[in-house]
Design a protein around this ligand. Structure first.
Ligand code: SF4
Length: 1296
């Protein structure tokens, strides 16, 4: 059954653009178009129409005869672009093979990786669009009330207990109105009226009146989505009915069976509840609570017969997806307003009785909606002011540097050092402040701070900190803390600082956070009773110590108590401390149930808003408060999104301010933004799925490419400490527990395939402690993983003396910590493109409006010393000179098409030299660290000075001396001088917001491997330069996009591709290659590059493998190793060599054996194993081949081989079926990938596969025909290989 998540229109667009071959098989066509378009563009400077705003006019949608004509730009057809999925480029879905979708109900969108089949299994998220409760509809008003709290007075806050004490008749529309218009008084001396909860929730309203209203931000389509959702749920329901009909019957009657008896039934267990109405958890290393799928939400009213009115409540029918059992959850009081709908995932903090029922009301239990959306406590707290801002905070990674924020950060570090040291001396802290300053010089540089001023700001508060340490670390009367009106003051003294900056994840509550300090304290009440507690301490250095700020701080601490109770597996963490440095005041926070409920409900609403933003790009409405909005860091982005979603100055509430921010935006701009925002979200969802596996019990038993389980800490050697730049790193080594017992376990290869040095990882225990620490992989082999941590590894709450023993007892799991922040960077790059400033305007014209790039005329350049240098540089060939001239002449941008082996890096190094002669500054960038370092290594060999910015562990060891952290700059002046004098800086695209680059502008940005970088990632570095050069080859692999839907809708289109298609005349091609001999070059030349490639020298053209005289005893091997035949195709059709499938993996054992034979013979005949490589499309085949090889020859997938070359490459195509072929829709259907296969070998290319199966892919058919014409096809028979035991067995049993 096809998924319904895409519209018919989008499917049509996608399918109509799905040729799996390059048009006319290759670049020849591209060059033809290039020439015709170049001549057309010579006659007019009209920009090409933007295929986003006008898909009909995209070049590939025209017939060839149309291409020579000048395009008229039609007005944008908004009916076609409004869905946000207009064709971004004519090639947008070219690579998309036809897919047959198999529908399986589940919670989160997830499609399988292409594993070689043509079946993609989708787990469709029914949470795309959902009903939202009135509470969230009215939230902006609510939050405005809260936000403006400091200016308001005279009204009454409604606490949870007050809500329930009111008669049912008070829950009316008029009550809601008055509640919304109420003005809470938060402005007494303590910031809050203590008897009232600031984290209140709205009174009840009938559900039906709120559910289906659309708002300006995109509520439309809700009903459609809901229909789909309900169909899905029907299917789920049907399945459940089949499995457990009896339970269903009972459940169906549940909604009607509620009465007060039931309420009493549930309150019987009160003794098992903590003071905050949460069940006392049995912490026995249990995994987080099971989650539930909401099958049905119904509304009822208590007291329908009553004369005093109706009292609404909700009943949720829940499905435990792990056990398949059903439950009923009753939501009373304010919980009625929970934003929960069928299809949502929820977690219930409460126990179900033996009838499967549980009540959540103002006295007990909690409902967590979308628990997999982990939201920081800070974010929840700040969302009371503006939930739109909280959503934007979650989505956009904005790099900000301000002196006040920096001082705050540094003060935290000084205070935390004091906590750890326990009663430090003044001198010690002052010295430490100097060290901290030294470690943060880069941040000081970023915000233009003065070293001395900052130091004195730190030193002047040290006496105050010392006084705090004395008060609270040595018991004194000053350590009496007020915990609010419900608690008497208590004397608190700190026994131990357990941790600082402790990262905590609590999927059970859908929360995460970084706790300033985790303390073990002794608390003494006035009656002399003392007890020990673990609690969070928040350290506040800002001005806000009362009113809204204080309420936010209290909220943060309350949520941290939940986090800590999970992390420390303790029930009694219900207190926290806030220390305000500015007022020298320490405030105690005792968690009140009413506050907790309000905060968890806000968290639930925020989770729904964040999910809605990521699935429908729809945000909470604008606050409409000029006072708050003009001081908001997101004002620009907020306004732009508002306009893109159809808002105007009236709906923004900002009048002229709004107009000034967004009046320059055209409909095409808005569509571009919406499209790419959507694509980024689709891609980000794949990471969310991976990330969720860290804490999902259902996934913990499965083998995942993103995790390694069953690891034990190697306690034979203690951890080691290494100095990395200015910080110490702690190195721990883990080994596979089952290694010796199960040494042929193929999952061990996951270690090598999925993880690599420099990967960020999360350490958890198999017993259920999630995210105990995060670190970076330092070293990895089949036998071990070494992880580098920023602090010592310790199980939360464990005694230091037992640390080693306890760590050694645990079974560990390592998960990849995929950077969700990358998507925040991408979104911010994108929205920045639409800001109202000159740099964004320039880029917008070039990238969105596709304005033609400008070039200097030859005359202006004739006297240029840089040109003279290029002319005189003997190591450059004509193509390379032309390309550098093009770069020098570019006023906007230049595109360098670097075909395989054409000396791109060499050319770029000389282009940099030429630019430096001109006095230009250059930013060198690429997506990967290795690509940046590759270029920098070349510059180093040319004695060009540069700075490398990046994590030192991820930088090539020969480049590390160029990193700032490696140079140990001693002063701010030193950094300033260095940054001002250096002309070349190398950095990856995603690290571009490094503090050292905050104020840096460059004349030119050169981006290498640009064909493999997605457009939003590319935008970041371009913002830093006046013009740019993109270097790449879009005929090799495009950007890696994991989401099929994002890929099909254009995310695989790099900026390089977009600009190349729009302005082929901006391309300068490097065509003279120095890698492949003629026979190998001919293949890609005829199939892909339209005979544009040339061998750079006779030596390259005639290169052959240098065999020793020894010959193989097997004739078929002698045939394929014939040095006079550089390209060989070994046809396996006469063998029992069919592909095999295990789960989703596909491999071909017969081919694997043949590859190992060929490799063994190559080495036998004198070829160095380092000069042999094996390529295959599938990981599973690569694993199989590795197991068979006796040498250490490199075996990789095609995707990992891009950018590498070897003298001899052996290829195993794998796909071989007796019936209908699936190869066309598999990885082999992508001609980019085939091009990579054809362009890796220098002297010998041996391809093994089924001619019959592969010939169903037109490009591969042409390839085999071409090789056949050159006499290179070898048909291997059973007789040839009957000496291979495995194949003989297959032949006899016909099992293969
Ligand atoms: S500009 Fe105003 S509405 Fe927009 S996020 Fe900021 S505070 Fe909220």
């Amino acid at each position: 059954m096809a998924p319904r998540k895409r519209t018919a229109a989008s499917r049509k667009t996608s399918q109509s653009n799905q040729p799996s071959e390059p048009a006319k098989f290759g670049i020849q066509h591209f060059f033809e178009r290039h020439l015709s378009q170049a001549s057309a563009s010579a006659s007019t400077q009209n920009p090409k129409p933007d295929p986003i705003s006008d898909p009909q006019s995209s070049p590939k949608s025209k017939s060839e005869s149309d291409l020579s004509t000048t395009d008229q730009v039609p007005p944008p057809d908004e009916s076609k672009v409004d869905d946000g999925f207009s064709e971004i480029s004519p090639e947008a879905s070219k690579r998309a093979p036809p897919k047959r979708f198999k529908f399986s109900p589940g919670m989160i969108i997830k499609q399988s990786q292409d594993d070689g089949g043509d079946v993609v299994t989708w787990k469709v998220s029914p949470v795309n669009e959902r009903l939202r409760s009135l509470a969230s509809k009215h939230l902006p008003r609510t939050t405005r009330v809260f936000a403006e709290a400091t200016e308001m007075s005279g009204s009454i806050l409604q606490s949870c207990s007050e809500t329930i004490s009111e008669s049912p008749s008070t829950f009316t529309m008029s009550k809601l109105k008055s509640w919304l218009s109420s003005k809470p008084d938060l402005e007494n001396n303590d910031g809050l009226k203590e008897s009232q909860s600031p984290f209140r929730t709205p009174p009840s309203l009938p559900y039906s009146s709120i559910a289906l209203k659309a708002d300006v931000n995109g509520g439309a389509g809700l009903v459609e989505h809901q229909k789909d959702l309900m169909t899905l749920l029907d299917q789920v329901k049907d399945a459940i009915v089949e499995e457990s009909g009896e339970e269903m019957e009972e459940s169906d009657t549940m909604a009607c069976s509620l009465n007060h008896t039931f309420v009493q039934e549930n309150t019987k267990n009160e003794s098992t509840l903590s003071m905050n109405g949460l069940p006392k958890q049995k912490f026995s290393n249990a995994l987080p609570n099971e989650t539930y799928l909401v099958l049905e939400v119904s509304e009822k009213h208590k007291g329908e017969e009553s004369s005093c009115g109706r009292h609404p409540f909700k009943i949720l029918r829940l499905l435990n997806e792990q056990s398949g059992t059903e439950r009923a959850l009753y939501l009373y009081d304010e919980w009625f307003h929970s934003p929960v709908a069928p299809g949502n995932t929820v977690n219930v903090i409460g126990e179900f009785n033996d009838k499967g029922k549980c009540i959540v009301d103002c006295t007990k239990n909690l409902l967590i909606v979308h628990p997999d959306v982990l939201i920081s406590g800070t974010r929840v707290a700040s969302s009371f002011t503006c939930s739109r801002r909280a959503v934007l905070d979650e989505r956009l990674k904005v790099s900000e540097s301000s002196i006040s924020a920096l001082i705050g950060t540094l003060l935290h570090q000084v205070f935390q050092e004091g906590l750890i040291t326990r009663l430090p001396s003044k001198h010690y802290l002052e010295e430490h402040a100097k060290q901290i300053l030294q470690k943060n010089l880069e941040s000081l540089y970023a915000c233009g701070a003065n070293e001395k001023d900052i130091l004195s700001s730190l030193i002047e508060v040290i006496p105050q900190m010392l006084a705090w340490f004395t008060s609270f670390m040595e018991e004194s009367e000053n350590s009496s803390i007020d915990f609010g009106q419900f608690e008497e003051p208590k004397v608190v003294s700190v026994n131990e600082t357990i941790d600082i900056e402790e990262m905590a994840w609590a999927p059970r509550y859908g929360l995460k956070g970084m706790i300033d300090a985790s303390l073990n304290v002794r608390i003494q009440s006035s009656n002399g009773v003392t007890h020990e507690r673990v609690l969070p301490l928040e350290f506040k250095t800002g001005k806000g110590t009362t009113g809204r700020a204080a309420a936010e701080h209290a909220a943060q601490v309350i949520l941290y108590t939940l986090l800590m109770s999970e992390r420390y597996l303790k029930n009694n963490i219900d207190m926290g401390l806030i220390y305000y440095l500015r007022t020298n005041q320490t405030v105690g926070i005792k968690v009140q149930r009413s506050d907790l409920v309000g905060l968890v409900m806000r968290r639930n609403e925020l989770a729904s808003e964040i999910l809605k933003a990521s699935t429908a790009q729809s945000f909470p409405p604008m606050l409409q408060s000029a006072t708050i909005c003009t001081g908001c860091r997101h004002l620009n982005a907020c306004g732009i999104y508002h306009k893109a979603n159809g808002g105007n100055s009236a709906s923004s509430g900002l009048g002229g301010i709004f107009d000034n921010l967004v009046n320059h935006l055209t409909p095409a701009h808005c569509n571009f933004l919406k499209l790419w925002d959507r694509l980024i979200d689709l891609e980000a969802q794949t990471i969310q799925v991976t990330k969720k596996e860290i804490w999902r019990p259902s996934s913990r038993q499965e083998k995942s490419a993103g995790s390694i389980s069953s690891l034990v800490l190697d306690t034979r050697n203690d951890f080691s400490v290494e100095s990395s730049g200015k910080c110490d790193r702690y190195i721990y080594q883990f080994v596979r527990q089952k290694l010796e017992l199960d040494s042929d376990d193929s999952s061990m290869d996951i270690l090598e395939f999925s993880f690599k040095r420099g990967d960020c990882v999360v350490l958890s225990t198999e017993s259920g402690r999630i995210a105990v620490a995060t670190g970076v992989i330092k070293d990895i082999s089949r036998l071990h993983v070494s992880v580098s941590l920023s602090r010592r590894l310790r199980l939360p709450g464990s005694e230091l003396s037992q640390e080693r023993e306890l760590l050694g007892q645990e079974m560990w799991r390592i998960d990849k910590d995929e950077f969700t922040s990358s998507y925040g960077i991408m979104r911010f790059n994108l929205v920045q493109l639409f800001f109202q400033n000159s740099r964004s305007l320039h880029l917008r014209k070039l990238i969105v409006d596709l304005q033609a790039p400008r070039f200097e005329s030859g005359g202006l350049l004739s006297q240029d010393p840089a040109i003279s240098y290029v002319r005189s540089e003997m190591s450059l060939n004509d193509d390379q000179r032309r390309s550098i001239h093009r770069i020098l002449a570019a006023r906007d941008y230049a595109l360098i098409l670097g075909m395989p082996g054409t000396g791109k890096t060499h050319t770029m190094a000389h282009a940099v030299k030429a630019l430096l002669i001109r006095g230009a500054s250059v930013l060198l960038t690429s997506f990967t660290n290795s690509a940046v370092d590759n270029l920098l290594l070349k510059l180093k060999s040319e004695n060009i000075d540069f700075i490398r910015i990046g994590r030192i562990e991820a930088v090539h060891h020969e480049i590390r001396e160029h990193c700032f952290s490696g140079t140990n700059a001693q002063s701010l002046n030193e950094i300033k001088q260095r940054m001002e004098s250096v002309q070349v800086v190398g950095v990856t695209c995603l690290a571009i917001n490094h503090p050292l680059l905050t104020n840096k502008k460059f004349d030119v940005c050169i981006m290498d491997e640009a064909g493999q970088i997605t457009l939003p990632v590319s935008l970041g570095p371009l913002m830093f330069a006046s013009k740019f050069v993109l270097v790449g080859d879009h005929y090799q692999l495009p950007p890696l996009v994991q989401s099929t839907e994002a890929r099909e809708n254009g995310m695989g289109i790099s900026l390089f591709w977009r600009l190349s298609e729009a302005h082929p005349n901006a391309i300068s091609a490097l065509q003279c290659q120095y890698r492949m001999c003629t026979g190998i070059m001919e293949l890609s030349n005829s199939l892909i590059y339209g005979n544009r490639l040339r061998c750079g020298s006779t030596q390259v053209a005639l290169a052959k493998l240098d065999f020793c005289t020894k010959r193989s005893k097997h004739p078929w091997l002698n045939q394929i190793l014939d040095p006079d035949k550089p390209a060989i195709f070994v046809n396996t059709d006469k063998l029992p060599a069919l592909e095999e499938r295990e789960n989703k993996a596909v491999n071909n054992p017969a081919e694997a054996h043949m590859v190992s034979q060929a490799v063994a013979d190559l080495i036998n005949r004198g070829i160095n194993e380092e000069e042999v490589g094996v390529i295959t499309p599938y990981n599973s085949q690569a694993t199989l081949i590795k197991q068979l090889l006796i040498s250490s020859v490199e075996v990789h997938t095609i995707d990992r081989y891009q950018g590498r070359d070897k003298d001899c490459v052996v290829v195993s195509f794998v796909r071989s079926t007796s019936g209908d072929s699936r190869a066309n829709s598999s990885l082999l259907g992508d001609w980019h990938r085939i091009n990579v296969v054809l362009t890796r070998a220098k002297k010998k290319l041996i391809m093994i596969g089924s001619q019959k199966t592969l010939s169903r892919v037109p490009l591969l058919k042409l390839l085999i025909e071409k090789i056949d014409a050159l006499g290179g096809v070898v048909h291997v028979t059973k007789k040839d290989i009957q000496y291979l035991k495995m194949l003989k067995k297959c032949s006899q049993t016909d099992a293969c």
